[in-house]
Design a protein around this ligand. Structure first.
Ligand SMILES: Nc1ncnc2c1ncn2[C@@H]1O[C@H](COP(=O)(O)OP(=O)(O)OP(=O)(O)O)[C@@H](O)[C@H]1O
Ligand SMILES: [Mg+2]
Length: 318
């Protein structure tokens, strides 16, 4: 059963120095309890895609085309007051920096409580729910009466996760949720997100620049570059049969334990999305690029069941 369907999404930022084509023709489907990882370098459009799913692309960004069907309802067609109701209750977001969610100057119980009341929870039930969800994310009750600045990075991220799940949303978008944390805490937070997925049946969109994390945790992986999907498949299929030169480059750039060869970094820079190159957007950095790649944009096509690749030479070069 699909919880979320995104169809042909295009998002642009209208800046003084030109139009940034941040997300270009992205489509995907998210099943119940699925964890989809969206992977790519800085500037590939991951966060813009994440914000789009909650219809909260920041200015000067605009969704110029597409459908976002959450349990069948196109959230791009809802009135602002309807979408505010849905945000937090049916779909919610966790950020890299928990301060994006938490007000440093207010006690956890007050801000968590206010969030619940805004979404229609009766005042008399607030404290019970706050306590229940802090416990669900492994925090002691006394944290209720703390201020965010008294908590560690990991604890703050747990509080924002508690708020993100308290109204039992169908989908949680987690944008680099562990990037700001040290390695041990990273693992704890990812374990917590996994546990939540299982316990509440939530679908998770994990946004990360880390292909290793995606391969370790997700059910399916979408690789983005310059706003386009390059490759998209179930995790094992992607790992066993990666077909896009960009996916391969990300993979070869991963540091490896017990390996004598050094990781290979991808030469060159991501494209300027105000003036994207013609043809395949990846061609300037692709070691296999031909004349065709410089002229003709590859379609995202199915190379085997549920395995999509946007490369003219998918299946021939790797
Ligand atoms: N508020 C904004 N105004 C103008 N351009 C923006 C804005 N936010 C993002 N962009 C541009 O949109 C493109 C996609 O950015 P986005 O933040 O979605 O990428 P990302 O994959 O999340 O990168 P990162 O890994 O650094 O978080 C980039 O070219 C970026 O410069
Ligand atoms: Mg981002």
């Amino acid at each position: 059963m699909e919880v979320l369907i995104v169809n042909d999404l295009w998002v642009k930022y209208y800046t003084m120095s030109g139009v940034v084509e941040a997300v270009s023709g992205v489509s995907f489907r998210l099943r119940e309890k699925e964890m989809l990882a969206i992977v790519g370098e800085s500037g590939s459009g991951k966060s813009t895609l994440g914000f789009s799913i909650l219809n909260m692309v920041p200015k000067p960004g605009k969704i110029v085309n597409g459908q976002i069907l959450l349990e069948g309802t196109d959230i791009l067609k809802l009135h602002p007051h309807e979408i505010r109701k849905i945000r937090g209750s049916k779909i919610s977001m966790i950020f890299q920096d928990p301060f994006t969610t938490l007000d440093p100057l207010r006690k956890i119980v007050d801000q968590f409580g206010e969030f619940l009341v805004e979404h229609g929870v009766e005042k008399s039930k607030v404290n019970t729910i706050v306590r229940e969800y802090l416990e669900a994310v492994g925090l002691p009750e006394r944290i209720m009466y703390s201020y965010p600045h008294q908590l560690s990075g990991g604890q703050k991220q747990r509080v924002s996760i508690a708020m993100a799940i308290a109204l039992n949303p169908r989908v949680v978008v987690a944008d680099e949720p562990t990037t700001a944390l040290d390695v041990v805490v990273q693992k704890q937070i990812m374990d917590l997100i996994d546990a939540i997925k299982e316990k509440y049946g939530t679908s998770i969109i994990l946004i990360t620049h880390d292909l290793a994390l995606a391969l370790e945790r997700a059910n399916s992986v979408m690789v983005m570059y310059g706003g386009y999907i390059m490759e998209y498949a179930d995790k094992t299929e992607l790992y066993d049969n990666m077909k896009h030169p960009y996916t391969k480059a990300l993979f070869e750039a991963l540091p490896r334990v017990m390996c004598k060869t050094l990781p290979k970094s991808l030469p060159g820079n991501p494209p300027d999305l105000r003036r994207p190159p013609p043809g395949c957007i990846f061609h300037p950095r692709c070691e296999f690029a031909t004349e065709k790649c410089r002229i003709e944009k590859p379609r995202l096509r199915e190379v085997s069941k549920n395995h999509l690749v946007a490369c003219h030479y998918a299946g021939e070069i790797l």
